[in-house]
Write a protein that binds this ligand. Sequence first.
Ligand SMILES: Cc1cc2nc3c(=O)[nH]c(=O)nc-3n(C[C@H](O)[C@H](O)[C@H](O)COP(=O)(O)OP(=O)(O)OC[C@H]3O[C@@H](n4cnc5c(N)ncnc54)[C@H](O)[C@@H]3O)c2cc1C
Length: 421
Amino acid sequence: MEQNNSSVSFSDIVIAGAGPAGSTASLFLSAAGIRHTLIDKAVFPRDKICGDALSGKVLPVLKKLNPELINELLTTNENCLGSRGIVFGAPNGKTLDVPFRAVNSVITHDPGFVSKRIHFDFSLIKKLNPEFCDFRQGNEISDIEYSNKKVQLALKTANGTTENLECKLLIGCDGAHSVANKLLGDEHKLDSNHYCGGIRAYYSNVKNMHPENYIELHFLDELLPGYFWIFPLPNGMANVGAGMLTKSISRKKVNLKTAMLNAIENNPSIKHRFAGAQLQGKIEGWGLPLGSKKRKISASNLLLCGDAAGMIDPFSGEGISNAMYCGMRAAEVAQNAVRENNFSDVFLKQYDELVYNRMWSELKLSHTLQKLCNYPSLFNFVVNKASKNETFRQTISCMFDDIDLRKKLRQPSFYFRMLFG
Ligand SMILES: Cc1cc2nc3c(=O)[nH]c(=O)nc-3n(C[C@H](O)[C@H](O)[C@H](O)COP(=O)(O)OP(=O)(O)OC[C@H]3O[C@@H](n4cnc5c(N)ncnc54)[C@H](O)[C@@H]3O)c2cc1C
């Protein structure tokens, strides 16, 4: 990447949050020689409630940073398990196995991975470059407001004091409960049609995991219109969880934890696999702001990334790769803004275009698939049909693999093949 060691001081650009979005933005800014401050309230390594599955779409971002990172963080990392596909379980118990690798894929290593976030996020943090990144962990941003064409931040520091910081550009990567996105008023207010609740548990000794470490999404009757997952982890562990649209949780008055434990004990498709399995630690929940709705993700002096921007795939619940993609693009736009010394809303709007041009058609398709969960018999029909429909299987592969699904979505013949192929 072109070096741009300008007169930017560490405090001119602040990244709020050092999850995958924030650490990626920092790594790309450092690669461009741009000083910045990265702030996180947690001290790393820290846990993040998640399914821990990393799709193939993480790979091009890491590759752009440094191709060596793919080996170091994923393929040769003992905390990371390669995964070769996905199993869909329909409400009627039928399953559909889809390998991640699409026919025309050129990659040679495993196409997907599963790694506990405590490990994956820390592996990115360890790559931060102190020459350009002033990393302030254990510091919580308690308030953010505009003042005089800048953004003012109030920080609760690690030693309990309060500090004020002023920046020309805030890159908001502070997750599902973002403080940064409040600068956009109600734009990112929780919308229960586009927000999911999720819970995660770690289990040991779950039986009959796929020999090629396929991740599993099961659409069980007792959890519809939500889903239940089992993702394999290193050392015989599994990440097990459930997610459901917040609107449905309220409408059906579902207690996700009770519903999930009930399914584990009683659902005929999965209960035998949990006989003898042990829950390790607590079952914990967190929110998923879904990308099924297009929102404004930039404003004067502000770019939003990842969950703070509402970028989670509405069908798969996958948000790590989108967060990293946003981080990469935000660093690029920040570099342009520094070069032009222009942090206006009009200038920064290029970021919305870059991100949505890449992601919107995929997010829309996922939204359509998500709606299928409201119609169990239609879902059963689709899984039956998909098991015989190569185009459908290829499409699912592309959704998780390093392949540009957008090109396919632009071809009318694709929809024909998908429906009748
Ligand atoms: C139950 C569940 C299962 C999921 N499963 C998957 C999956 O299998 N695969 C997948 O790809 N995605 C999954 N997701 C989504 C994924 O976890 C998120 O999309 C991803 O973590 C987004 O990354 P991020 O960097 O935007 O935010 P985060 O990872 O949430 O990072 C935000 C960071 O900001 C910090 N922060 C927050 N507030 C402040 C503040 N005020 N001051 C300072 N720091 C702050 C936090 O400490 C945190 O480190 C799941 C989510 C949930 C809830």
